[in-house]
Design a protein around this ligand. Structure first.
Ligand SMILES: Cc1cc2nc3c(=O)[nH]c(=O)nc-3n(C[C@H](O)[C@H](O)[C@H](O)COP(=O)(O)O)c2cc1C
Length: 404
C-alpha cells in the first residue's frame, strides 16, 4: 500500500501485514498493519516506525512522499518490537534526526539498539514540539499498555496518534473507519476493537478511563484518532472512545459463555443440557471448546459475556491443561464484573471443578457455587440436573447483570 494522506500534509506510511496469523500468541485471522505517520512541515516528523521485517515497505512509502534523509524528528510513542524495531533503519537514513521519546522509552530502546550516536530527547506529559506550522503535544500513557507508552497530539490538525490504544488487528486495503464499514462492516470493526481490548488492554480499564478524562480535560479534541494498528478513525473517533469507556466500565452482553475442554466427551455432553438451560431463561449462549478455538477468541468471548461457565474433566487430580492455560491467561488480564461457575466430569476423586473455582476466586471474580460434577458419563438424570444448573446460573447472571 502506498502512502495515504490522512489530513493535509500528514501521511500514513505504514505497512500491511496480510500474512501474520500468530501475533505473540494472539491469533490474527485477518492479519494486521503497522501504522506510522509522516508529518510534512518545516521540520519533517515521523511518528513511530514499523516492525523490522516491514522496514523496506515503510521506507518505500516514506520515499514516495519525501527523501527519508530529510526527516528531522522521530517520535517514538511505543517501543514494542512491532513499532520501534526498524528505528535503526530510519536513523541510518536520517542520522541527524532527533528522537522524541518518554524516559522509560529511552531506557527500553537502549536495550534494542546502540543509541550512542543518536540524539534523543525525553519528553513528558504537556511537553510540546513546534515543527513549523504545527505543534505536537505529548501525553504519557504509562501501562497503556507498556510503561513507555505515550500519545502525540497534533494541535492544529486535531490528530491524536495513540500507538496501540484504539487499534485493531485488521489487514485491509482500506485505511479509514468509513471505508472499512463500506468494504466490510461496522460490526466487524467493532468486534476487532473488542478483541484487541480483551486480549491486550483488559487489565488497564481504570487507567483508560483516567486517560480519556485527561485527554478531554486538556482539550485534546481528536478529529482523527490514528492508532498504530488497523483502521484510522476519521468518520467517528468518538465511537471508539465510547467503546473504550464502556469496556473500561465493565460493559458486557447479557449472555453466557461455556468454555470447556474434554478428553472423552463427557464434559462436552454436560455442556449441551447446560446450554439448553441457559437458553430456557432467554439468554444467548456461546459454547467454546478450548482445543478447537484459538485462545484469543476464547478470551474475547469470555469478555463479551456477563457470565462464564468453565467446564473441565479431572486429569491427575487437577484441571485439564488447556482449561488451566485459559484460566491462567485470563488471570493475567485481571477481569472484573463477570460472574463465573464450573462443571465437569471426573472418574474417582475429582478435583478439576474445585480448582476452577479456586482460580476464579483468585481473580476476584464472583462465583455461583456449587458447580456440577458427574462421575464418568452423564446419565439422563445427570443431564436433567445439568439443565437445571444452566437455568439457575442464567437466572443469577440476569440478577448480577442488573447491577450494571
Ligand atoms: C490420564 C487420565 C487421568 C485421569 N485422572 C483422574 C483423576 O486424577 N481423578 C479423577 O477423578 N478422574 C481422573 N480421570 C478420569 C476422567 O476424569 C474421567 O474419565 C472423565 O469422565 C473424563 O471426562 P471427559 O470425558 O470430559 O474427558 C483421568 C482420566 C485419564 C484419561
Amino acid at each position: 500500500m502506498k502512502a495515504v494522506e490522512i489530513k493535509d500534509g500528514i501521511f500514513w506510511v505504514g505497512a500491511v501485514d496480510w500474512a501474520v496469523r500468530d501475533f505473540h500468541g494472539y491469533v490474527t485471522p485477518r492479519g494486521t498493519t503497522y501504522n506510522n505517520y509522516l508529518i510534512m512541515d518545516e521540520e519533517i516528523t515521523l511518528i513511530d516506525t514499523v516492525k523490522y521485517d516491514f522496514a523496506d515497505l515503510a521506507i518505500k512509502n516514506i520515499s514516495g512522499v519525501v527523501d527519508p534523509s530529510r526527516i528531522k524528528n522521530v517520535v517514538i510513542n511505543h517501543i514494542e518490537n512491532d513499532h520501534a524495531t526498524s528505528l535503526d533503519r530510519i536513523m541510518a537514513l536520517a542520522p541527524n534526526a532527533t528522537i522524541y521519546i518518554s524516559e522509560k522509552g529511552k531506557k527500553g530502546i537502549e536495550r534494542f539498539f546502540d543509541t550512542s550516536n543518536w540524539t534523543m530527547k525525553t519528553v513528558k506529559s504537556g511537553d510540546t514540539l513546534t515543527i513549523g506550522k504545527r505543534t505536537l503535544e505529548f501525553l504519557e500513557t504509562p501501562m497503556l499498555h507498556w510503561p513507555d507508552s505515550m500519545f502525540t497530539y497534533c494541535r492544529e490538525d486535531k490528530v491524536l496518534f495513540t500507538q496501540d490504544a484504539f487499534g485493531q488487528h485488521i489487514a485491509s486495503a482500506t485505511r479509514f473507519d468509513d471505508e472499512f464499514e463500506k468494504s466490510d462492516s461496522a460490526a466487524e470493526l467493532e468486534d476487532s476493537v473488542i478483541d484487541y481490548y480483551a486480549n491486550i488492554l483488559m487489565p488497564f480499564g481504570q487507567m483508560i478511563k483516567n486517560k480519556i478524562a485527561e485527554v478531554q480535560s486538556k482539550g485534546l479534541a481528536a478529529e482523527i484518532i490514528a492508532p498504530d494498528h488497523g483502521i484510522i478513525w476519521r468518520q467517528n473517533p468518538q465511537k471508539v472512545l465510547d467503546m473504550y469507556q464502556d469496556m473500561a466500565n465493565g460493559k458486557a452482553r447479557l449472555a453466557v459463555a461455556i468454555i470447556y475442554d474434554t478428553m472423552w466427551q463427557s464434559t462436552e455432553k454436560m455442556s449441551v443440557p447446560i446450554a439448553e438451560g441457559i437458553r430456557a431463561e432467554g439468554l444467548d449462549c456461546r459454547v467454546i471448546k478450548l482445543r478447537a478455538t484459538p485462545m484469543s477468541v476464547a478470551i474475547k468471548e469470555f469478555w463479551k459475556c456477563r457470565g462464564t461457565l468453565i467446564g473441565s474433566p479431572t486429569l491427575n487430580n487437577i484441571l485439564y491443561p488447556s482449561v488451566a492455560e485459559f484460566l491462567t491467561h485470563v488471570r493475567g488480564l485481571r477481569p472484573k464484573n463477570r460472574l463465573t461457575g464450573a462443571f465437569g466430569s471426573y472418574g474417582w476423586g475429582g478435583g478439576a471443578v474445585k480448582e476452577a473455582y479456586e482460580e476464579c476466586k483468585r481473580m476476584g471474580l464472583q462465583t455461583v457455587e456449587p458447580g456440577i460434577q458427574i462421575p464418568y458419563r452423564p446419565s439422563p438424570d445427570d443431564e436433567a440436573a445439568c439443565f437445571e444448573f444452566g437455568r439457575s446460573f442464567a437466572r443469577q447472571v440476569i440478577e448480577y447483570h442488573a447491577g450494571f
